[in-house]
Design a protein around this ligand. Sequence first.
Ligand code: C2E
Ligand code: CA
Ligand code: CA
Length: 362
Amino acid sequence: MSDCSRDRDFVARLGGDEFTILLHQIQTVEEGNAIAQRIKEQLAAPFSLQGHTVFTSASIGIVVADYKYQDSAEILRDADLAMYRAKSLGKARHEVFHPEMYAETKRLLEIENDLHQAILQDQFVLHYQPIVSLTTDTLYGFEALLRWNHPTKGLVYPDQFISVAEETGLIVAIGEWVLKEACNQMYLWQSKYSGAANLKINVNIASQQIKNSNFLDILDQTIANTGLSGRSLHLEITETTLMDYKPETIYVFQQIREREIRLNIDDFGTGYSSLQYLKRFPINMLKIDRSFIQGMLNERENFEIVKMIITLSRTLKIDIVAEGIENLKQLQVLKALNCQLGQGYLFSKPLERESAELLIEQ
Ligand code: C2E
Ligand code: CA
Ligand code: CA
C-alpha cells in the first residue's frame, strides 16, 4: 500500500484486515480514486503463501475531509460507510462517501432486523425454476430460489437480502430452512406423480453453511425426515466456497458424495475458475454463468469459453447446465455444442409452488 501511495501520504493498519491511508493535499477526489485503483491492481496479482497460490482483494472507502468535519473519528466513520458500500456492491471496488449512504446503512440495518423476524415468523417462500434436458426436451428438475414475503414490502428478491444474511451469519439458519423445504417439496412431488420419480432438486448452499460444523448432521436429518433420496438432491456451491476451503471441507465434500448427493459449481466462469478445482473436489456438474450464455452470440470470446467449458466437462465426465437461456438462437447454439441441460426464461421463470406442480403434471 505504501508503494501505491505517495511519499507524503501516511499508511496505517487500524487492526485486523483494516488499513487506512491519509492522503495529504489532494486537489480533487480523482487522485484518491487513482490511488485506490492502483491498490486494487497491485492486489489483483496472485501471490504465493506457503506453497499455495492465494488471491486477495480490497474494498476501499474514500472520504474527502473538508471543513464540515470536527474530528478524525467522524472522518473514519464516513470512510467506513463508503467502504461497506463498496463491499456490498461486490468484491474489489472503491466508493467515495456520499451523505446518502447514511440512508442506505439505515436500510441495511432494517433488513437485518426484519430478517430475524422473518425466520421466526415463517416469511420465506421458495420458487422453483425448471431445469430442462436439452437432449430429450423434458423436465430434469428444479432449482429452488428463495423469496421473502415481507409484511410491508411485499415479495423481496434475494439480491436485496442474501448479502445481509451472509454478513450477519443469518444465512446459516435461512439456508437450513431452504434445504428442508426444498427436499420436502420434491419428496411430495415424487410421491404424488409417478413421472416425477427422477426429478432433481437443486439447492443453493452458501459458503458459511458448508463451513458450519453441523452441516452434515443437518443434511442427514433433512434426508431422514423428508424421505428424499440423496440421488434427487443437488447442492449448488460457488467457486468462492472452493477457493477459501478449509482442509475439513474436503471431508465434507466426500461425505456429501457418500450420500449420493451431487455437487454443482454455480456461476462457473465468474470467479477465479481454476481447473484444479475440478480435479481436487468431487464435482459432478458445472453451471455456466448466464453472462457467458448471454454474450455468446455477439462476442466470439464468450462463445469460445462456453465451447471450451462444454468440451472440457465431457472429458472430465462432468455434466453441464447452461444458465440464463433467453432465446431460441442461444438454445440452438447450445444444442449444437452438445450441452446437456439448460435453465432460463426461455423455458420458464422461477415458478410458485402451484405453477411448478402444474408443470410436473403436464
Ligand atoms: P443463482 O443461483 O445464479 O440463481 C439464478 C438467478 O438467475 C435467479 O435469480 C433466477 O431468477 C435468474 N434467472 C434465471 N433464468 C434467467 C434468465 O434467463 N435471464 C435472467 N436475466 N435471469 C435469470 P434470483 O432468484 O433473483 O436469485 C439470485 C441469486 O440469489 C441466486 O443466483 C443465488 O445466488 C441467490 N440465492 C437464491 N436463493 C438462495 C438460497 O436459498 N440460498 C442462497 N445461499 N442463495 C440463494
Ligand atoms: Ca444457483
Ligand atoms: Ca447461477
